[in-house]
Ligand binder design. Structure first.
Ligand code: HAS
Ligand code: CU
Length: 611
């Protein structure tokens, strides 16, 4: 390749040319490509249901009956947060492990088996959900992505989810197997950072999915099959959130991986600190699960004390994200200064803003700063009472999973597609417009959603304007908020159309030699600067399990004791911490006893005197 070509391409992509992932790992590239394409299919369907639903609830365009709303919302939620995200991340993780260990998977047939298992599970659940649109099939799963009892889905929905999760477990086994093989050949060496990130994320996932597997296999599926008559909804909800919080980090950690290993490289610099990145992933592994009850602050039947513990753990869990904000911005600054950037803030101008990969990820990061703050507000027990079950919460998660994760994945796609297809990215400027449009659309939509939530406008309803009830807006009006939500969703839909145009345009293109080299960012401070204990995965796994046992044993026992293993659940009270309420009851008994004896004694004395 001539120097001229190098310079030319360096000018547009900012990266040197070289061997693409496809050239080095052709068999793995096929799997990763299939995983990504599956995720895009889910993104297309989920996105379509998203806009239908937004225009319906804001009353701009109604193409369905309100009774169908839950079917649409379930499809939107499940296709996007379960299928789009997870199909994408298994692809990225396969890339991360193979690239950083510099070896292919141990047995590509096994790799196809787990992807096939995941796909079979996704199809089963999707069929159960989509069947809800027609009366001719006696099947539905209008249970939303949290599938809480007492809402019940057809067994196929739960079976599909189980098969899907088993597929992800096998995927994890595949990556562990690669690492073990590598370790044998490289004794004593530090785990390369991307593999470290994949393994810690997967350990977290194994721990977290115990909750959902128990909820489905022990309760929801047997109940849906008619094998048991009832379930304890508080118990199944708690088991769901045991998994439901860490799942949000299962989506986020691959996005963080992109910010740590790709973004610095694309910014033209190096990762600020490899040890800090390891600390962040270890903290996520330890703290992601023992916080799930922060989704249940308003659930009756769980003691306030347990909720308080979950809140405290959640506040500690902010730390890894705050460390990430620091490390990623420091790495970007390093890149900008390598590119000639100067000044305290002036360096920002030297960043490659015209590169859709960079711009998408940086905008995703900016939005996540806002999403993180609304998360902190959610996490405060008292203030959560104001926002829970209002539109504020969808506002929060469209910033987090809907932007920090989804926009990072879309931007990363622009880097991965050439690696996986050997073709040049089609329509770089279209891609740039796409990521900016997503940012603008989400700004309108999520800002209005947060504000609407503060007025008390509920989430998860087709008819948020209750008859004869006015929501009082402090600033503007509800109509203005609805307009912003609808406008935002239209921008997002346009953005998706552009995204698919770039993906399809690239896939249909022809092979090119001008592909940037596969690889990831080097670190300014490498693994040699960190204590070896960070790589002791067994230790972190053990600690994570201990923390989960501490955080969940008592809440689960108390829920089962009060409401029964299979229901019928409980009354809403007592809500106070058990020990306190027991102490109170005992004190009350003593007081009543003492009062009774005293009044009896007095009565006797009076009687004595009177006699
Ligand atoms: Fe959350 C509800 C608390 C993060 C997703 N969350 C949800 C739901 C979802 C969700 C889907 O405590 C709704 C579930 C349902 O249907 O009911 N969340 C938090 C907290 C965090 C948090 C404390 N959430 C996430 C992430 C998600 C996600 C991440 C998906 C990926 N969330 C809650 C709570 C609820 C909740 C309660 C229940 C609400 C209720 O009542 O129902 C934290 O992890 C956030 C920490 C983040 C930060 C931000 C750090 C900033 C960074 C940006 C760096 C900037 C860069 C760019 C790189 C502290 C890292 C620089 C660019 C330049 C140009 C310089
Ligand atoms: Cu959470």
């Amino acid at each position: 390749m001539s120097d001229a070509t190098v310079n030319d391409t360096t000018k547009t992509t900012g990266e040197p040319l070289g061997e693409a992932y496809l050239d080095k790992f052709p068999a793995e590239a096929k799997v990763v490509r299939s995983a990504l394409y599956s995720s895009f299919l889910m993104l297309a369907l989920g996105g379509l249901f998203g806009v239908i639903q937004t225009l319906h609830r804001t009353d701009f365009l109604r193409i369905m009956e309100s009774e169908t709303y839950y079917t649409v919302l379930t499809a939107h939620g499940v296709f996007l947060v379960i299928a789009f995200t997870i199909f994408f991340l298994v692809g990225v993780f396969t890339w991360g492990v193979t690239t950083s260990l510099d070896r292919g998977v141990e047995d590509i047939r096994f790799t196809w088996v787990w992807l096939g298992t995941m796909s079979a599970g996704a199809v089963m659940s999707a069929v159960a959900i989509l069947a809800g649109f027609t009366d001719s099939i006696d099947m539905s799963a209008d249970v939303l992505f949290t599938f809480y009892a007492p809402m019940q889905a057809h067994p196929l929905f739960y079976i599909g989810l189980t098969v899907f999760v088993v597929g992800t477990w096998l995927a994890g086994a595949d990556w562990f197997r690669s690492w073990w093989a590598w370790k044998k050949e490289n004794p004593g060496e530090r785990i390369p950072l991307p593999t470290f990130m994949v393994l810690t994320t997967m350990i977290m996932w194994y721990v977290a999915t115990i909750g959902v597997a128990t909820a489905i296999l022990a309760f929801l599926l047997p109940w849906s099959l008619g094998l048991i008559d009832s379930v304890n909804p508080t118990l199944t909800r708690t088991l769901f959130w045991f998994f439901g919080h860490p799942v949000v980090y299962f989506w986020l950690m691959p996005a963080y991986m992109m910010w740590y290993v790709l973004l610095p490289k694309i910014s033209g610099g190096k990762l600020f600190s490899d040890p800090l990145a390891r600390v962040v992933f270890v903290l996520f592994l330890l703290l992601s699960t023992p916080v799930g009850i922060h989704h249940q602050y308003l659930d009756p039947g769980i003691s306030e004390g347990f909720k308080f513990i979950a809140m405290t753990n959640t506040m500690f869990l902010l730390l890894p994200s705050l460390l990430t904000a620091f490390t990623v911005v420091a790495s970007m600054e390093h890149g900008a200064r390598q590119r000639g950037g100067t000044g305290r803030i002036g360096w920002l101008k030297a960043l490659p803003w015209r590169d859709p990969v960079f711009a998408g990820m940086a905008l995703a990061g900016l939005m996540f700063a806002a999403g993180g703050f609304s998360g902190m507000i959610n996490a405060g027990m008292n203030i959560n009472y104001l926002v829970h079950n209002t539109l504020w919460v969808p506002g929060h998660f469209h910033l987090t999973v809907g932007t920090a994760v989804a926009l990072t994945f879309m931007a990363a796609t622009y880097w991965f597609l050439p690696q996986l297809t050997g073709k040049k990215l089609w329509g770089r400027s279209v891609a740039l417009v796409q990521v900016v449009l997503w940012f603008i659309g989400m700004t309108f939509m999520t800002n209005a959603m947060h504000r609407a939530g503060l007025l008390g406008i509920p989430r998860r309803t087709a008819e948020p304007q209750y008859d004869g009830f006015e929501f009082e807006a402090g600033v503007g009006s509800v109509a203005e908020l609805d307009a912003q939500i609808a406008l935002g969703s239209i921008f997002l839909t346009l953005s998706l159309v552009l995204f698919f145009a770039v993906v399809i345009g690239t896939a249909l293109g022809s092979r090119s030699d001008d592909i940037p080299a596969n690889g990831y960012a080097e670190a300014l401070s490498g693994p040699e600067d960190s204590p070896k204990i960070l790589d002791n995965l067994k230790l972190w796994f053990g600690l994570a399990v201990v923390l989960v046992i501490i955080a969940y044993t008592f809440p689960l026992l108390s829920i089962i004791e009060r409401g029964g293993l299979f229901g019928p659940d409980i009354t809403a009270f007592p809500q106070s911490i058990d020990i306190v309420s027991m102490a109170w009851v005992t004190a009350e008994q003593y007081a009543v006893g003492a009062f009774t004896s005293a009044s009896e004694a007095t009565q006797a004395a009076i009687n004595g005197v009177l006699r």
